[in-house]
Design a protein around this ligand. Structure first.
Ligand code: NDP
Ligand code: KPL
Length: 335
C-alpha cells in the first residue's frame, strides 16, 4: 500500500520505518538535516521494536497521492503541515497521531473530504540525530474518532498499522484523548528540569507536583463532563478514584507510569523539542487543561504554573533544578 507520513520525527520516523519493514511503499516528509540524512542513508530505527533502515522516498511535501496518510507533527505544526499537503489528502483516510485535544478537530476542519482519524501513541520514541530514531518504550497505539464506536476508517487504519506495531481501534476516542492528556502530565517536568521522565516520576520532590497536576487535570475533565476512555490500564473509574484520593495515595499512578516506561531513559516529546531549541507543545498539554478549566470559569493553577515554567525554560534555555521547582510550586501544593 502507498502510505504517506507527514513529519518524520520521532513518532513519524518510527511509523514510517516499521510500515516500510512490513512491505508498504512509504513516502515521508522531512526538512533540513533530517531530509538530507534520510535521502543519503535512509531512516534508521533501533530500540524496542528492533533495528531497521528504511530506504523511503523523502521530500519537504508529499510527491505522490498516498492511499493512507499519517500526520505526525507536534500539535502547533499540524495545521501548516496539513495545508501544505492538502491537495493530495482529499478523499483518503488521514490519521493524526498527536497528543492534546486539538489534532483530530483541526484535521477534520481542514479536510472536509477526507476520513480523519485520531491516533494516540503510548510508546515512547526519541529523535537521536538526523535520520536516526529510537523506541525507548514499546506500547500500543489507539485509533478512533468521536464519542461512540470507532468508524470503519479507524478500524481499517488500525488493522494496517497493527501489522507494524500493536494498534487497536477504540470506542470513545474523545474520552481516550483526555486519558492520554492525563498520561501526558509526565511531559512537563522533564522539559523543566532536563531530567528523564523516569527520574522526575521517581524524584521525591517532583512526584507530588506531578501527582497534584494530574489530579487537577482529572478534576477539570470531570467538571467538563468527560467520560475518560480506557487506554493503557487507565479508565474512567480509576481516574475518578484518583481525583478524589489523597495525594499520597494518588502517587501510585505516576509510580506505575514510571514502571511501565522501563529502564531506558525517556525524555518525553516535550523535552526533545526544548533540546532542539524548538517551541514545545506544552500549550496543548498542561496548557489545554488550563484552557478547559477557563471554559467553565474554573482555574487549574498547578497546570498553569507548569506551563509557565516550560515557557520560562524555552525563553531562558536554562533548566530549573528540582529543588527550585519544588520551592516555586510549594504554595500551590499547600492548598
Ligand atoms: N516522541 C514520543 O515519544 C511521543 C510523541 N507523541 C506525540 O506525537 C506527536 C509527534 O511527536 P514527535 O514525533 O515526538 O515530534 P518530533 O518533533 O520528533 O517530530 C515532528 C516532526 O514534524 C515536522 N514538522 C514540523 N512542522 C512541520 C510542517 N509544517 N510540515 C511538515 N513537517 C513538519 C518536524 O520537522 P522539523 O524538526 O523540521 O520542524 C519533525 O520532524 C506529538 O503530538 C507528540 O506529543 C505521542 C507519544 C509519544
Ligand atoms: C507516552 C509519552 C509520555 C511517551 O514519552 C508521550 O506521549 C510523550 O512523550 O509525549
Amino acid at each position: 500500500m502507498r502510505i504517506g507520513v507527514i513529519g518524520a520525527g520521532a513518532i513519524g520516523g518510527t511509523i514510517a520505518a516499521l510500515l516500510d519493514r512490513v512491505g508498504h511503499l512509504v513516502e515521508v516528509t522531512a526538512r533540513g538535516e533530517q531530509l538530507a540524512a534520510i535521502r543519503a542513508d535512509g531512516l534508521r530505527l533501533d530500540g524496542g521494536w528492533g533495528v531497521h533502515t528504511a530506504r523511503v522516498a523523502a521530500a519537504e511535501r508529499l510527491q505522490t497521492r498516498p492511499e493512507l496518510v499519517f500526520v505526525c507533527t507536534k500539535a502547533q505544526d499540524a495545521e501548516a503541515a496539513i495545508r501544505d499537503n492538502a491537495a493530495l489528502l482529499d478523499g483518503i483516510t488521514v490519521v493524526v497521531v498527536q497528543n492534546g485535544l486539538a489534532g483530530l478537530r483541526v484535521a477534520t476542519e481542514l479536510l472536509p473530504g477526507s476520513d480523519c482519524v485520531g491516533a494516540l501513541a503510548l510508546y515512547a520514541a526519541s529523535y537521536l540525530s538526523p535520520g536516526r530514531v529510537s523506541v525507548t518504550t514499546t506500547a500500543n497505539t489507539y485509533l478512533g474518532a468521536g464519542d461512540g464506536e470507532p468508524p470503519a476508517s479507524a478500524v481499517e487504519a488500525a488493522r494496517i498499522l497493527d501489522a507494524a506495531m500493536p494498534s487497536f481501534a477504540v470506542e470513545n476516542f474523545t474520552g481516550c484523548q483526555w486519558t492520554k492528556l492525563i498520561v501526558n502530565q509526565v511531559n512537563a517536568m522533564p522539559a523543566i528540569t532536563g531530567l528523564s521522565a523516569q527520574a522526575t516520576l521517581g524524584g521525591r520532590e517532583l512526584r507530588p507536583i506531578i501527582t497534584a497536576s494530574l489530579q487537577e487535570a482529572v478534576r477539570i475533565g470531570i467538571a467538563r463532563g468527560v467520560r475518560f476512555g480506557s487506554i493503557q490500564g487507565l479508565d474512567d473509574r480509576i481516574l475518578r478514584f484518583v481525583a478524589s484520593s489523597p495525594r499520597w495515595l494518588a502517587q501510585v499512578v505516576p509510580l506505575l507510569m514510571r514502571r511501565r516506561m522501563g529502564a531506558t531513559p525517556n525524555p518525553g516529546s516535550t523535552l526533545q523539542s526544548i533540546r532542539r531549541g524548538q517551541l514545545s507543545e506544552i500549550d496543548y498539554l498542561n496548557g489545554a487543561v488550563v484552557a478547559e478549566a477557563r471554559a467553565i470559569g474554573r482555574e487549574a493553577p498547578v497546570n498553569a504554573a507548569l506551563t509557565g515554567l516550560v515557557h520560562e525554560v524555552e525563553a531562558t534555555k536554562a533548566f530549573i533544578p528540582p529543588a527550585e521547582v519544588a520551592r516555586r510550586l510549594a504554595p500551590l501544593l499547600a492548598r
